[in-house]
Design a protein around this ligand. Structure first.
Ligand SMILES: CC(C)(COP(=O)(O)OP(=O)(O)OC[C@H]1O[C@@H](n2cnc3c(N)ncnc32)[C@H](O)[C@@H]1OP(=O)(O)O)[C@@H](O)C(=O)NCCC(=O)NCCS
Length: 160
């Protein structure tokens, strides 16, 4: 996969030099013990490890001076691309890193020759929903009580 290097032009991030590149198992080793504390309780480390080893998945990581500030991944399915994960370190949020990761994920998805990129998000996760809307994702469905048997999942997608 291409290695991306970018300086993000957002005001809030102008003093940071963020590099986005392919995520590998070494990156995973660095963060796996503190995933929940530093990032979120979205997945267990084992699931993330198996995703990184899955040949149909592609993961990217945002770093500043080798510190991992966020990561995101997709899985390439026969008919579409699904975003499996996008997460930014808790104290680094609202600086534009999520936007940069999503932008790169969409760019990578273009290489897959699929037409649609989709995802599932908790209906209460308005921050993520706003982020996806900003990139042209629209609600296309809903899964009732998908999260913990209580919260609905919103399915969103856009053309690649
Ligand atoms: C969702 C997440 C990745 C966003 O990362 P981030 O780096 O904070 O996002 P950015 O700073 O790039 O902001 C991107 C957009 O998200 C939305 N956003 C960010 N913080 C927000 C907040 N507190 N309230 C509402 N919208 C917000 C805005 O639309 C924002 O765009 P803007 O700054 O132009 O208004 C981050 O909050 C996160 O890691 N959340 C936990 C994991 C998660 O829920 N992932 C999504 C799973 S589907």
């Amino acid at each position: 996969m291409t290695i991306f290097k970018l300086k993000i032009g957002e005001n809030k991030i102008e003093n940071m030099s963020i590099t986005i590149k392919k995520m590998n198992l070494k990156d995973y080793e660095k963060i796996k013990d503190n995933l929940k504390k530093d990032f979120d309780d979205f997945w267990t480390p084992t699931v993330l490890e198996s995703e990184l080893k899955n040949k149909n998945s592609k993961y990217i990581v945002a770093k500043e001076n080798e510190e991992i500030l966020g990561f995101a991944g997709i899985i390439i399915l026969p008919d579409d691309v699904e975003i499996t994960n996008i997460v930014v370190k808790k104290e680094e949020r609202k600086k534009g890193i999520g936007k940069s990761l999503l932008e790169k994920i969409i760019e990578i998805s273009k290489e897959t020759k699929r037409n649609i990129i989709s995802l599932e998000v908790n209906e209460k996760n308005l921050v993520a929903i706003n982020l996806y809307k900003k990139f042209g994702f629209e609600k296309v469905g809903q899964r009732k009580k998908y999260y913990n048997g209580t919260d609905d999942a919103v399915i969103m997608s856009r053309k690649i």
